[in-house]
Ligand binder design. Structure first.
Ligand code: NAD
Length: 456
């Protein structure tokens, strides 16, 4: 039987299996979602009530989700609880979004035009492994609010926790409104190319995003792409280094660095480097690596071997080219899983892959700079544009720097300050389309004009 096996990344023990969805079952799931759409799209206030019920149900059943999220994904229990909480918040927020179903068009003699905002139909939600619960809900909450139905395809390695969440939500929602299918790229491709799918909402790597855009082009299906990022943090000369280092250390190693909007490199004035690195390394040396369910663990393992090998190879290449590991570099635990300690690296520049690529792991490079304009030009010339942050005591000056950065979100004196109430997404190779805020619902609506010429 064709199965997906879930492994605990901390212990390497199997925790369960799911059966891969057949193409016949995939077709049936999409047809069920299409059938459910006919009723689901009709009553917005009914939907809003059920979305509020979904928010409550997520919180009520949190204790069933959190341990599974930890053992299947690898994050800590605190991180997993936060993920469930923000997912519930996304449902609550989606239940409150308002928009005009219909507006009158321009006043033209002898003709009445109405501009309608309608749901699209069946939405395909394709989701990665780093935040399997939140990234699923971040799609289905606004898609359902707008009146669509959804077929979800989780990443292969986090099927159990997504199944658990979908089961919890299915108890609240009418039949067919959400479905889940399991499998790898083949099932993802078949979902994207299905003629009844009217929108693809994808979160994942830039490489797979390009493939999905090509697949969707074959059937002219619109896509939203939330892709990779290599967020820079620009520390200005007047920044409070203790505050900045503490905030960045917490953000960079959250979810073991496997977050699209984690700070993935810092640029620090050359004359502040020693002080910044000393504070930062003291903080990360105190972090405790281990099994996410063990009390006291502050950082779990990487999610899979490929990710660990990739991050390790970037670190090894940087060291071979002369970079210095200030703190970390070891495994940090005797457990057999995919562990790498929080690691700080300096004495490297933008030519190092560790700086130039999205490392997506717990290794943080810090680059010394002398010319701020050069730093900004370098950042803007690079392929990604998801998030960025600027740090400085003079808020107006830091904000002026933020306004020169080409990215979907630029934060001042904070990083990855995501709010479900704000639009989120990238520019350039980080993708297009927005989730969150009122703009998140816009991505799941289409416009129809009904124009009547009065002949009598
Ligand atoms: P991935 O791109 O490998 O996989 C994402 C999903 O796409 C999985 O469900 C996978 O099975 C599916 N898939 C793979 N090939 C496919 C194909 N040909 N057709 C259809 N579906 C296919 O991503 P990942 O490794 O799971 O996640 C890590 C990446 O996700 C990182 O680059 C990270 O930056 C990015 N990410 C982005 C955001 C954001 O909001 N911008 C959020 C989280 C993660």
């Amino acid at each position: 039987m064709n199965e997906l096996i879930s492994i605990n990344p901390a212990t390497l023990q199997e925790i369960g299996r799911v059966r891969v969805t057949s193409t016949g079952e995939l077709d049936q799931a999409i047809r069920n979602a299409d059938t459910a759409f006919a009723t689901w799209k009709t009553d917005r206030s009914y939907r809003q009530g059920l979305l509020r019920a979904c928010a409550l149900e997520m919180m009520r059943k949190s204790a069933q989700i959190v341990p599974l999220l930890v053992t299947e994904q690898g994050k800590t229990a605190t991180e997993a609880s936060g993920e469930v909480w923000i997912s519930a918040k996304a449902f609550a927020h989606a239940s409150r979004i308002d928009w005009a179903d219909e507006e009158l068009g321009p006043d033209v003699a002898g003709r009445t035009a109405r501009v309608q905002r309608l749901p699209l139909g069946v939405v395909a939600a394709i989701v990665p492994w780093n935040f399997p619960v939140f990234l699923t809900i971040a799609k289905i909450a606004p898609a359902l609010a707008a009146g669509n139905t959804v077929v979800i395809k989780p990443a292969e390695s986090v099927s159990l926790v997504v199944d658990k969440v979908v089961d919890i939500l299915k108890a609240v929602l009418p039949e067919g409104v959400i479905q889940v299918v399991h499998g790898g790229p083949d099932i993802g491709k078949a979902l994207v190319e299905h003629s009844l799918v009217r929108k693809v909402s994808f979160t994942g790597s830039t490489g797979v995003g390009k493939l999905i855009m090509k697949q969707a082009a074959e059937v002219i299906t619109p896509v939203t792409l939330e892709l990779g990022g290599n967020d820079p943090a620009i520390v200005l000369g007047d920044a409070d280094l203790a505050y900045t280092a503490a905030y960045l250390a917490n953000s960079a190693f959250f979810n073991a660095g496997q977050m699209c909007v984690a700070p993935k490199r810092a640029y620090v004035p050359a004359d502040k480097m020693d002080e910044f690195c000393e504070i930062f390394s003291g903080l990360i040396a105190a972090m405790s690596v281990g099994d996410g369910l063990a009390p006291g663990t502050t950082m779990g393992p990487l999610h899979n071997k490929a990710q660990l090998d990739f991050v390790q190879s970037l670190l090894d290449k940087a060291v071979t080219s002369g970079a210095t590991v200030v703190t970390g570099g070891g495994r940090g635990t005797e457990l057999p899983g995919y562990f790498l300690e929080p690691t700080l690296v300096r004495d490297l520049d933008d030519s190092a892959e560790l700086v130039a690529l999205e490392q997506f792991g717990p290794v943080f490079p810090v680059v010394a700079y002398r010319d701020l304009d050069e730093v900004i030009a370098t950042i803007n010339a690079q392929e990604f544009g998801l998030g960025a942050s600027v740090w400085g005591a003079d808020e107006a000056a830091a904000t002026a720097v933020a306004e020169r950065i080409d990215a979907g979100s630029v934060w001042v004196n904070q990083h990855n300050a995501l709010e479900v109430e704000l639009p989120f997404g990238g520019v350039k190779s980080s993708g297009f389309g927005r989730e969150g805020g009122a703009a998140g619902v816009e991505d799941f609506l289409q416009t129809r004009v009904i124009s009547v010429k009065h002949t009598s």
